[in-house]
Design a protein around this ligand. Structure first.
Ligand SMILES: Cc1cc2nc3c(=O)[nH]c(=O)nc-3n(C[C@H](O)[C@H](O)[C@H](O)COP(=O)(O)OP(=O)(O)OC[C@H]3O[C@@H](n4cnc5c(N)ncnc54)[C@H](O)[C@@H]3O)c2cc1C
Length: 530
């Protein structure tokens, strides 16, 4: 019998936030979809951001009014469709005598930000006097402080889970989703369809699928993926690297987030309460190398420490205080010698010319705007295929974890053994899907066990992530499913316990188990500051 090549309307390359969002929108509108990621879903740039769902106040300086408007609009949708993951956050902007941006400019920016978020669901900004600001945040540097502004935005503590929920929703709507399957070739098949060759994660063999359209949603890898066509293509990407450091509670630490102008170069950066710690960043440096190799340099780390110590003088933070640090590459369009911060953060949905007319490449795009980007992409696919698709429903269709959150909370209340903090942790990660974990805990011996001293992690979570959330190894489990790897000790205390449960489920022998632990420790070591 001849081997038939599976055929899809869409082949999506890249399971970051943009690829995942596009897969979800397409599948919900009835297109047949297959999505590949070379690594784990969400393990690229989408894991390494500032984790804000925000309008991007800074973009007002570059007159990116439509981007700010779009982002603030999307913030409303995301707070609804991912209510368990996207939470409001209060941010302060202190203004000093020598600040580049004075009180008047900040005030104008705040008014514009409020006006652009029509149908506002968050409180308006407030200007604060010097004394009010110091009363609220006594650790703030008082020397030369003139006052400031206070406003609201949103934060997605676990952006990795936002990606995953889009993947899960896409799969529930019929999409085929494959992590650890790098795409190696893209070719024209018969002028109407493209062929895509990928390495199959299970067999290691090269397999082929056909697609009527190929979406290149590979973030900072867009140019590398285009090279897989074997054709000469113009370089599209001009990525910049941004780094963050993560520290614990420090002397004088703020209650709210801060958006501060750096003394060294006038760039604004964030100090954000995050996951029981502080996320401090970011930098913005041109970067042309392999995105997976990006790391926070000593210079960037020093810059972030010095600037934080300047705003919160009692902090006296040093490298030893850093729990871990990370860097990501913004998938920005190539823009000559423009200053990094002036490169547009707007996305471009690029249709290629013959003979690559079957490919659409996604350039840029923020976490905040992925849903709209996906809607625009599928609208374009609709026109291209003349498919007569139904309208997009993702602005009002809840992501899987946003359904049944109240019921899940009640079930967790009744579950003996978890602490209050544990219940909050579980809701904050899985939302309403926590009920599925409790069902599993009730159904199988040993899975109702609480595996940590703080009584916050269930054995069932590990098995659930393997069976229902595409986790393929220990690093996926710790970093992007149970979210333990993002805690102060990078999940060190729980590695053995999680690994033992995973070993039983995956049937790893002793050597495989050791290998998994070794790989996770290597991964964590790369994020450590030495
Ligand atoms: C420092 C920094 C701070 C940021 N802060 C914010 C913020 O606060 N708010 C906000 O809204 N945005 C923020 N952003 C922007 C945002 O994070 C990114 O624009 C967004 O995550 C890009 O998503 P993506 O899906 O396009 O790319 P990625 O997340 O990188 O996904 C691309 C995927 O393609 C896969 N891939 C690559 N090659 C192949 C191949 N050959 N085969 C199969 N798969 C492949 C990769 O493995 C990867 O998973 C920030 C970005 C950075 C770097």
């Amino acid at each position: 019998m001849p081997n038939t090549v599976p055929e899809y309307d869409l082949v999506i390359i890249g399971g970051g936030i943009n690829g995942a969002g596009i897969a979800r929108d397409a599948a919900l509108r009835g297109l047949s979809v297959i999505l590949f990621d070379k690594s784990d879903f969400g393990s690229g740039t989408s894991s390494w951001s500032s984790r804000l769902i925000h309008g991007g106040l800074r973009y007002l300086e570059y007159a990116e009014i439509s981007l700010v408007y779009e982002s603030l609009h999307e913030r409303i949708f995301l707070r609804n469709i991912a209510s368990h993951l996207v939470k409001r956050i209060r941010i302060n902007i202190p203004v000093y005598e020598n600040s580049k941006r004075g009180l008047m400019l900040i005030r104008l920016g705040m008014i514009a930000y409020d006006l652009l978020s029509i149908r506002k669901t968050l409180p308006r900004h407030r200007m604060l006097s010097r004394d009010e600001l110091l009363q609220q945040e006594p650790g703030l540097n008082a020397a030369g402080l003139r006052g400031g502004a206070q406003y609201y935005d949103a934060q997605v503590t676990f952006a990795e889970r936002l990606v995953l929920e889009n993947i899960i929703s896409a799969a529930e709507a019929g999409a085929v989703v494959k992590n650890y399957c790098p795409v190696e070739t893209i070719g024209l098949h018969d002028g109407r369809t493209m062929t895509v060759g990928y390495v199959d994660a299970d067999s290691g063999e090269i397999k082929v699928v056909k697609g009527r359209i190929v979406i290149n949603a590979s973030g900072p890898w867009v140019d590398r993926v285009l090279q897989k066509t074997g054709r000469q293509t113009r370089r599209l990407m001009g990525g910049t690297k941004g780094s963050h450091i993560i520290v614990g509670e420090f002397k004088g630490a703020p209650r709210d987030a801060f958006y501060v102008e750096a003394a060294a170069d006038g760039r604004p950066f964030f100090i954000i309460p995050w996951n029981g710690q502080y996320l401090i960043g970011t930098t913005d440096i041109r970067y042309g190398r392999e995105p997976d190799a990006a790391h926070a340099s000593r210079k960037e780390i020093r810059y972030l420490l010095d600037e934080t110590n300047r705003v919160f003088p009692e902090a006296e933070l040093e490298s030893d205080d850093i729990h871990f640090a990370y860097a990501g590459v913004r998938p920005l369009p190539r823009r000559g010698n423009r200053p990094e911060s002036a490169i547009t953060r707007r996305h471009i949905i690029k249709r290629h010319r013959r003979p690559l007319q079957g490919i659409i490449s996604i350039i840029g795009g923020k976490l905040t705007t992925f849903r709209n980007l996906a809607e625009q992409t599928i609208d374009r696919v609709d026109r291209k295929l003349d498919a007569g698709l139904p309208r997009c429903i993702t602005s009002s269709t809840l992501l899987p974890g946003a359904v049944g959150v109240i019921e899940a909370r009640e079930r967790l209340e009744d579950f003996a053994g978890l602490s209050e903090r544990g219940r909050e942790r579980i809701i904050g990660i899985y939302g309403g899907r926590a009920t599925l974990i409790l069902d599993l805990a009730a159904a199988e011996a040993g899975l109702s066990k609480v595996i940590d001293a703080e009584k916050s992690v269930l054995a069932a979570e590990v098995v659930f992530a393997i069976r229902h959330e595409y986790a393929k190894n220990l690093t996926d489990l710790m970093q992007r499913r149970l979210m333990l790897g993002l805690s102060a000790d990078q999940g060190e205390q729980l590695i053995e316990a999680v690994a033992a449960i995973a070993a039983a489920e995956f049937q790893w022998d002793e050597q495989a188990l050791e290998r998994q632990i070794g790989r996770l420790r290597e991964y964590n070591a790369r994020l450590k500051v030495v």
